[in-house]
Design a protein around this ligand. Sequence first.
Ligand SMILES: NC(=O)c1ccc[n+]([C@@H]2O[C@H](COP(=O)([O-])OP(=O)(O)OC[C@H]3O[C@@H](n4cnc5c(N)ncnc54)[C@H](OP(=O)(O)O)[C@@H]3O)[C@@H](O)[C@H]2O)c1
Length: 247
Amino acid sequence: MKSTIITGAGTGIGAAAAGLLSEQGHAVCLVGRRAEKLDEVASDIRKSGGKCITVAADVADPSCFSVIVSAAANAFGGISGVVNNAATIKTMPFVDYSLEIIDYHWAVNIRAPFLLTQSALPWLIRSRGAVVNISSSSGTLVRSGQSLYGMSKAALEYLTKSCAGEFAKQGVRFNSIAFGPVDTPIHESWASDLKEAYEWLAGEVPLGRIASAQEAAQWIAILLSDQASYVTGVVLPVDGGQVLDIT
Ligand SMILES: NC(=O)c1ccc[n+]([C@@H]2O[C@H](COP(=O)([O-])OP(=O)(O)OC[C@H]3O[C@@H](n4cnc5c(N)ncnc54)[C@H](OP(=O)(O)O)[C@@H]3O)[C@@H](O)[C@H]2O)c1
């Protein structure tokens, strides 16, 4: 049985990925800060006959990774996948970023995927498993106010390629998905007017719409599956053509 750890699994893309992976036979370990959100997702999974555990943890805390990995390995007998999906975003002019905000982006968006991967690696090597790191078109496109978030996603893409090269011989695959706009609660954390933000985001996308979390999740499942057994080190844009940056 495949067994996969998903961070940020209580809402949005992570919750959709947890549901889909469970349908596809993965046992899933759901990680996030809000236990109640994880429990809602877990309850749906268990009602459908899926196997899952929850670990309420703040991935900015480096002590959480050994706890997450032990919980998943003990519950499922191994770990075959990691989806580094949790992220934070604060948009503002470059000069306004405080040390605290810079450090927090680093801790959640970059250090956490790094450390969770390190902790899970012995299990991933044993299972010849796969990691999917969730990036964004913001890691490529330059948009005002997004210097810190975009930088963190560009770093995550580099980490993906670096690990893909380093662990290919041990059969562990690493890929990243650079999503364009997806309909999830994350936009509430940066947009003052959600309707206006959604119109702007849809206007950025040549296909003219925002993706659903479910269609985003499909690509996570594909990259974790055996269908992608010859794919590693890729940063896959799933963005309706946004990075074409048509003006
Ligand atoms: N939606 C988009 O348009 C879009 C586009 C490109 C890329 N992405 C990427 O997609 C990923 C998922 O985001 P989403 O859109 O699905 O938004 P979301 O629904 O807000 O999901 C983010 C999740 O991360 C968790 N999280 C945040 N900080 C955390 C922390 N310190 N420790 C543990 N968990 C934490 C949140 O749960 P708690 O608050 O309970 O911890 C939340 O469930 C992110 O990496 C994001 O950058 C999204």
